[in-house]
Design a protein around this ligand. Sequence first.
Ligand code: NIG
Ligand code: FE
Length: 430
Amino acid sequence: MPKQETSLLVNIGQLLTLRSPAAKPGPRRGPDLKELGIIKDAAVLCLGGKIVSVGTTKDALRDSWVKNTIKKNRKQITEVDCSGKVVLPGFVDSHTHPVFTTPRLIDFEKRITGASYEQIAAAGGGIRASIAGVRNATVADLASHVTHALEQMAAHGTTTVEAKSGYGLTLESELKSLRAIREAASKWPGTVVATLLGAHTVPKEFQGCSQKYVEIVCREMIPRATRERLAQFVDVFCEKVAFSPQETEQIFVAAESNGLAVRAHVGQLSETALEPLLRFNPASFDHLDYASDGDILQLAKHDTVATLVPGVNYFLGIKQYADARRLVDAGVPVALATDYNPGTSPTTSMPMAMSLACTQMKLAPSEAIAAATLNGAWALRLAGRKGSIEAGKDADLAIFDADDYREIPYWFGVNRCVMTVMNGRVVSRK
Ligand code: NIG
Ligand code: FE
């Protein structure tokens, strides 16, 4: 990886800092979700992979410390004239499944002719259709697929990615998937957080004896992934077609006793009772198309982030989206993610997820931006380093060809991101 650069971005039309409105701890909730902390005609100085100064261009160029730092680093400094464009924290895509080998085009066509997600899965499609490809692949094959996805994500403004295993479903192929994530992450300038999703679905070999598979997840996969430092989180698909709430608790107990944090796919196809899972302090609950009033009330009292993934509803043609307004207005911290995967959301574009959140879920553009940055960082327990543009945080920025931040979700289906800065490294698209 090249040495971290010193960079000075000037003449930023709108800098969305996402700095805290009133030193409130925890993820953004309710009306605070809209607060973008905008500075006009702004400048940002990055040094050693960190943001070191944020303010107006005029003030930055007058500040003696900034002037000295620029002088000292004159030879290696990358000066970027943002000529009135929008700069915001790089997106934090806190839910992706990038370790797969082939798109699921048969499922795609079947759905167009009316088959449901459950019907396709029952006929051998769905998650199980992605397993053979992963089991037969080498770490290097899988890593090249992950690298390709990471590069596409960065091209759309994403600088931090959560990446799950989950299409191998044997001890060895889940570990292989996590190693592929590690290999791809080591070559990418952005930040990757790995999640073990051994409990994605019950593999065919364990049909009718899911408990045996859950034991492999708990007794073999979680301890090995922990010992080899391959994952920071354990995820479970808690759903009628996958793992029961009891099995989810069992897996969470194993994660906890190995020192790994947890997150879960919940309420995607039917309601999941969330209260019993809250005692494990999950970093996030993802999907939440179905959620009871009682659980929403509970979530509003916790820092567990509700991660919404509208790309899934769009791609599966499900007209009913998660009720983002109800969640935000109740005080639940909401994040947005792509859920990049071959079955339900083959997109690497956070701006597309944001556009759907605005048009289909009725989030304001400002809310969608905070959900895709700062609250995504909370969902990965990285908010101390990521998600806002403040001195001391990692130098992760996205530069968009736009005069106004609302254009980011407005121009859908095209990519307006022209540059990213990832841990201080400037990566230009044009
Ligand atoms: O988040 N719900 C479980 N996992 C994915 C779907 C994975 C697949 O269909 O391959 C999701 O939607
Ligand atoms: Fe998912």
